[in-house]
Design a protein around this ligand. Structure first.
Ligand code: HEM
Length: 159
């Protein structure tokens, strides 16, 4: 991570900043609340605090302000929230595909490079969340920084 060439915009900037990230997260959880496989994780709906915290996580991952680390407990807090959820492969896949749909709902950039980078993180993050959510999981990374995701192999096309 942090592999991008100096001078490239962050994914956060390319997305449209914090307001765009929050639109994406709201669109995602609006779908989750209606989803037969996922709604059960959030009894009573997905509340404002959860939406705000997850948006802060995503902003930090995409290269924006490090608010989740500073104010919400960082990686360790995120990990604790997934322990023992027992996420199934079907639920993980639904979560990931719903994130892809939410990017469209929220009108985030749809260029191939941006979407490939974001969906790469979604695949990585959801597979880790599923792994770490197994009841009694022992082989869990207990401490880490909040990841900083980059463009990877396909930097933005700027003509
Ligand atoms: C890219 C993948 C993921 C990211 C970035 C992510 C991010 C987060 C973060 C940051 C929190 C903590 C919010 C807070 O501090 O209040 C959280 C909580 C939670 N996540 Fe995830 N998550 C991911 C995958 C998943 C998956 C695959 C599921 C289930 C299918 C899931 C279900 C939950 C639930 C139920 C909570 C709340 C738990 C509680 O309040 O005790 N997450 N997630």
């Amino acid at each position: 991570m942090g592999v991008d060439e100096p001078g490239l915009p962050t994914l956060y900037d390319w997305a449209g900043g914090g307001d765009a990230v929050r639109r994406f997260i709201d669109a995602f959880y609006d779908r989750v609340e209606r989803d037969d496989l996922l709604a059960g994780f959030f009894p009573g709906g997905v509340h404002e605090d959860h939406r705000a915290h997850v948006a802060a996580w995503w902003s930090e991952v995409l290269g924006g302000p490090a608010t989740y680390t500073a104010e919400h407990g960082g990686y360790e807090a995120m990990l604790a929230h997934h322990r023992d959820l027992a996420i199934t492969p079907e639920q993980r896949h639904r979560f990931a595909s719903t994130m892809s749909l939410a990017l469209d709902d929220a009108g985030l950039p749809d260029d191939p490079e941006f979407r490939a980078a974001v969906i790469g993180y979604v695949e990585w993050g959801t597979r880790l969340a599923m792994h770490n959510s197994r009841p009694g999981a022992a082989d869990v990374v207990e401490h880490a920084p909040v990841p900083r995701w980059g463009w990877g192999v396909a930097p933005p096309y700027r003509g």
